[in-house]
Ligand binder design. Sequence first.
Ligand code: ADP
Ligand code: ADP
Length: 225
Amino acid sequence: MIEIKNVSKTFNQRTGGTFTAIDNVSLSIKKGEFLSLLGPSGCGKSTLLNLVAGLEHAQQGTITVNGKPCNTPGPDRVVVFQEHALFPWLTVLDNVAFGLKQKGIPKKQREEMALEQIKSVHLSRFADRYPHELSGGMKQRAAIARALAMDPEILLMDEPFAALDEQTRLILHKELEEIWMRTKKTILFITHNIREAVILSDRVLVMSTRPGTIKKEFNVQAARP
Ligand code: ADP
Ligand code: ADP
């Protein structure tokens, strides 16, 4: 469903010249697949995710979702970022309902839809709280609920659990796995944590420290119970 073909992305440097962040990468992601992109900081993971999200543009190559080019953000792809994802001036309910409001869904209906997603991430008791009243794990649950409320085909997750303590992270792994099983979303998940990649994914792509190339690929599904 996601086809990335011979994609290269360079950035102009402040000092002049260009920097290649993604160098001729090709890959396909199947519908319903949970794919992790693993690699050290600076290897180009976020850049690749932002290209799929339509937030960045490649100088070379093509990226399509269901055959359609994705050079602008679309309702079929929603990003969950590491942090700062929620509007601090809105409650959890209003944060989760925000995108539905943009879509023009009437208030009563969008609040019902938002509350359903809030329930699915076990935050019902906190629907009326503001982000600063929540723990890190709860904020990420709310960000996931907000993404799910838009019912995208694809969830793009950029190190969503990297800022959390180990115990919270393990709980959220279980919850994300449940969400994936239940919703059958296609998930592109970025991490620099190999355990996280192996625990969560069907398939792991390892990006090289030399920016922008995929070095290895392995399936983990077969190895899981
Ligand atoms: P990762 O997500 O693997 O940590 P990034 O995709 O964020 O890596 O970055 C890859 C490389 O591209 C890094 O060296 C980073 O500094 C550079 N880069 C990312 N975004 C920009 C930008 N907007 N302008 C210039 N360089 C950038
Ligand atoms: P992460 O490591 O979480 O991927 P970064 O700290 O690399 O995030 O990047 C944060 C933001 O800054 C991103 O939007 C990225 O595109 C941008 N960025 C990263 N490196 C550079 C750079 N050298 N010049 C300009 N913008 C950059």
